[in-house]
Design a protein around this ligand. Structure first.
Ligand SMILES: Nc1nc2c(c(=O)[nH]1)N(C=O)[C@@H](CNc1ccc(C(=O)N[C@@H](CCC(=O)O)C(=O)O)cc1)CN2
Ligand SMILES: Nc1nc2c(ncn2[C@@H]2O[C@H](COP(=O)(O)OP(=O)(O)OP(=O)(O)O)[C@@H](O)[C@H]2O)c(=O)[nH]1
Ligand SMILES: [Mg+2]
Length: 446
């Protein structure tokens, strides 16, 4: 899995700050620390103030040294932390001193990878740690902290227990006469199975709705050319990001920018106006708009109050009708102009002008995102987790039929598959490549 080298990395951000932390993990960590500090003993977990020296005995810093004695450390190995004065210069010098004394630079995610292989954390916690570091909203942090605390691990373990129960009784009834078993055993198995299916389905639904909590929710702005999509984007961002003009077709490519609304991070996508274009570039733009709708959590459909509802608007209304499962906010823009738009064509719209206050729209977006996120449903935080739950459900669904027909070997086979799938969320049996990719995406020093 990994060599047993002693590894070193700067754990803190690469910039100016009052304190920096250099971490060393591995069998030689303590020896390296005694050489750099010239102190012979460190009491585990006690912060010790010490001068630190380079290989020529010149003093580098006065710093705190903490020794975490294996296995009671983050990685499960001997760990030394130098908590030195901040900025990057001293931290870099300490890394170099550790290298001179036999350590090597840690790969991205290698501390966490070692924690995983030493059973200090499972994959759900590793994923939570990796995402916490990149989180940009309080909501994301709170969601990830729940996973770090073990919520998903417990959820997986409960389902594993139920599946194991089902499997154990099935194996027994394959091998022994039925009268040795509780008479209602298959009723029990069925009812457990139904409960698992509901639990997994609910989790998938909630997780899909909340996918944006970590990366940002996608809000797409659509509408025919010149309705004011880019004006709205700029207004939501509070600065002039997109070019605006009264020439239809000004925006040719999709623009995506992040902004915070309430406690949520949203990614606003400004698209090229939808129209039946012969112009090849604009056609590509239209395809991108349709794609933006598909990928969006919320769609803002703009109409122009100052113009009559034409074929281009009807195309947008058609698209809305094809996507009723989506959160779509209809907005009648340019309400400062005299009304020409037939309002009966769009019901339940918000009236506004991008030249004026757009707060009603912002509030509406916030309300939708609040209702998507403010509950304590179990939530998966990565595509990997979602895929594993989907696969678990798939295998369980396949097991239903053989259970009905009494083909218990087949039933046991599918339940075993489901068990492997659900277990892979916390601890995959064999999948080195997946682990390499996953930990490789961690930031340096983690
Ligand atoms: N200075 C510092 N702060 C930090 C970290 C760190 O490594 N160093 N962390 C790095 O991510 C996070 C805290 N996570 C940690 C997780 C486990 C252990 C640890 O020593 N675990 C031992 C002992 C447990 C105990 O005493 O309860 C163990 O699990 O055996 C330390 C930090 C955030 N803050
Ligand atoms: N009167 C009025 N004009 C507006 C309003 N919003 C936008 N406009 C004007 O409408 C024109 C088009 O605005 P854009 O934001 O470029 O429109 P768009 O939908 O991005 O257009 P394309 O990129 O071509 O699809 C500009 O001249 C804006 O100043 C509004 O609320 N009231
Ligand atoms: Mg535009």
């Amino acid at each position: 899995m990994f060599d047993d080298a002693t590894i070193v990395a700067i754990a803190t951000a690469n910039g100016i700050g009052s304190i920096s932390i250099v971490r060393i993990s591995g069998a030689n960590a303590l020896e390296i620390a005694t050489k750099i500090s010239k102190k012979t003993t460190f009491l585990p977990r006690l912060a010790t103030l010490s001068s630190l020296y380079d290989i020529n005995n010149e003093v580098i810093d006065e710093a705190l040294v903490i020794y975490f004695k294996a296995p009671f450390s983050f990685t499960g190995e001997d760990v030394i932390e130098f908590q030195c004065h901040g900025g990057v210069a001293i931290a870099n010098m300490l890394v170099n001193e550790a290298l001179k004394r036999g350590a090597r630079i840690a790969n991205p995610g290698e501390f966490s990878k070692r924690a995983f292989f030493n059973n200090k954390i499972d994959l759900t916690k590793a994923e939570a740690i990796s995402k916490i570091i990149e989180a940009r909203s309080e909501d994301a942090v709170k969601l990830l902290a729940r996973q770090l605390k073990g919520e998903l691990t417990n959820f997986v373990n409960e389902i594993r227990e139920d599946l194991l129960f089902m499997l154990a009784y099935t194996e027994v009834s394959i091998d022994y006469a039925e009268d040795d078993l509780p008479s209602d055993i298959f009723a029990q198995i069925k009812s457990k199975m139904e409960k698992i299916i509901v639990k997994l389905t609910n989790t998938l639904d909630a997780s899909r709705r909340r996918e944006g909590m970590i990366e940002g929710f996608k809000v797409a702005i659509i509408g025919k050319p010149n309705v004011g999509k880019s004006s709205l984007l700029n207004k939501l961002l509070n600065y002039d990001r997109a070019i605006i003009s009264d020439i239809a077709g000004t925006t040719r490519d999709t623009i995506e920018e992040s902004v915070k609304i309430g406690t949520h991070i949203i990614k606003i996508v400004d698209t090229a106006g939808i129209r039946d274009a012969s112009d090849i570039i604009e056609k590509i733009g239209i395809e991108k708009s349709i794609q933006a709708i598909n990928e969006a959590d919320i769609v803002i459909a703009l109409f122009d109050n100052g113009k009559v509802c034409d074929d281009e608007d009807k195309k947008i209304i058609e698209l809305i009708e094809e996507n009723l499962h989506k959160e779509i906010i209809k907005v009648l823009n340019k309400s400062d102009l005299q009304n020409k738009f037939d309002k009966t064509k769009i019901e339940n719209f918000i009236k506004l002008s991008t030249k004026d206050d757009i707060n009603p729209l912002v509030k509406k977006i916030e309300l939708i995102l609040d209702s998507n996120t403010h509950s304590d449903e179990m939530t998966l935080i990565s595509k990997r987790q979602i895929l594993s739950v989907e696969n678990t459900l798939y295998s369980i669904n396949l097991s239903k039929n053989p259970l009905e027909t009494g083909e218990l070997e087949f039933f046991a086979h599918y339940i075993t598959e489901a068990l492997e799938q659900i277990s892979s969320i916390t601890r995959p049996y064999e999948n080195d490549q997946m682990l390499d990719v996953m930990f490789g995406e961690f930031c340096l020093g983690k």
